[in-house]
Design a protein around this ligand. Structure first.
Ligand code: GRG
Length: 293
């Protein structure tokens, strides 16, 4: 398959749906809608929505039906980045190659833009077409759990509380599983649920998502200490500066790379039962392993 054509076609579909589903920048109060759109359209990779759509495709589901779910996960992800960049959290001036939300709109509006993206995500899920096995409530529950205090927020809390402490590998895994892998896994699960996955299919794709999500974060840790700010579109070298526990810090760069290889192979193995239909998901796993930003 021509992977870069596949990826950019899906990105375009996501962007068009997002433009449709978000309130226009002229909607009153204009500032908040401009701020929401500023971060959403700042140039993110769209990993989570693309894997949501790819998971639907594996099971023969319709892209159209999954698009609101794909947009919802991207809204949650973008909200988490806006809040993570705030001075009270990671305090970053630069994201997706642009000044962060609070640098452009001020802290108050940045907090609210994050809040509004978090809530509009659930409007999107509520408006999505449900499937036979998964009614709207199941879709809402899926995303709420993945974004909440036992997953995404849990990971962020553990990350904040771990700063300056000597963490064990198991603590780091807990942070990564919750801060990163939970939403990635949920993106895949939502795509599968939209395609009416059987429990067995959902379990297989969940296993793929957890391994892919962990691999993604190990690679992110490696890129933070091997790439430039220009290449990443966000501040490089922050983990070292903050003396953060990361895979390269705990294992060394070589072992961290091997861990990323191992997790990617485990993710690919979980796709076996899905045969050729899983080619896009397998290609995404390979692309993430080789990425440079
Ligand atoms: C504020 C509740 C709350 C959570 C914040 C997302 C997050 C949790 C922190 C941001 C810092 C970080 C290293 C998160 C891990 C996930 C990650 C690598 C995010 C970046 O994802 P990409 O590379 O970003 O997909 P783009 O911009 O391409 O969408």
């Amino acid at each position: 398959m021509d992977f870069s054509r596949y990826w950019s076609a899906r990105q375009k579909q996501v962007d068009a749906a997002m433009n449709r589903l978000l309130p226009s920048a002229k909607t009153r109060p204009k500032t908040i809608h401009e701020a929401m759109r500023y971060s959403i359209f700042a140039g993110g990779k769209r990993l989570r929505p693309v894997i949501c759509l790819a998971a639907t495709e594996v099971l023969g589901g319709k892209i159209e039906a999954a698009l609101p779910l794909a947009c919802a996960v991207e809204c949650i992800h973008t909200y988490s980045l806006i809040h993570d960049d705030l001075p009270s959290m990671d305090n970053d001036d630069f994201r997706r190659g642009k000044p962060t939300s609070h640098k452009v709109y001020g802290e108050g509006i940045a907090v609210l833009a994050g809040d509004a993206l978090l809530t509009v995500a659930f409007e999107m899920v509520a408006g999505a077409k449900a499937s036979k096995r998964y009614p709207t409530a199941a879709l809402v529950h899926e995303l709420a759990y993945a974004s909440g205090s036992q997953a995404l927020v849990a990971g962020q809390v553990a990350d904040l509380e771990g700063e300056g402490k000597k963490l064990k590998l198991s603590d780091l895994q807990y942070i990564h599983l919750n801060k990163t892998a939970a939403l990635i896994t949920s993106s895949i699960r939502l795509g599968a649920m939209s395609a009416n996955a059987t429990p067995k299919q959902l379990a297989g794709l969940t296993e793929f998502g957890r391994s892919l999500g962990l691999a993604f974060q190990v690679i992110d840790d490696i890129l933070d200490c091997t790439q430039t700010t220009e290449k990443l579109g966000k501040s490089a070298g922050k983990d070292i500066a903050a003396q953060k526990a990361t895979y390269p810090a705990l294992l060394g760069l070589d072992k961290a790379k091997k861990e990323a290889d191992r997790l990617t192979a485990r993710a690919r193995a979980a796709l076996k039962p899905f045969g050729k239909a899983a080619a896009p998901l397998a290609a995404i796993a390979d692309y993430l392993l080789a990425r440079e930003n």
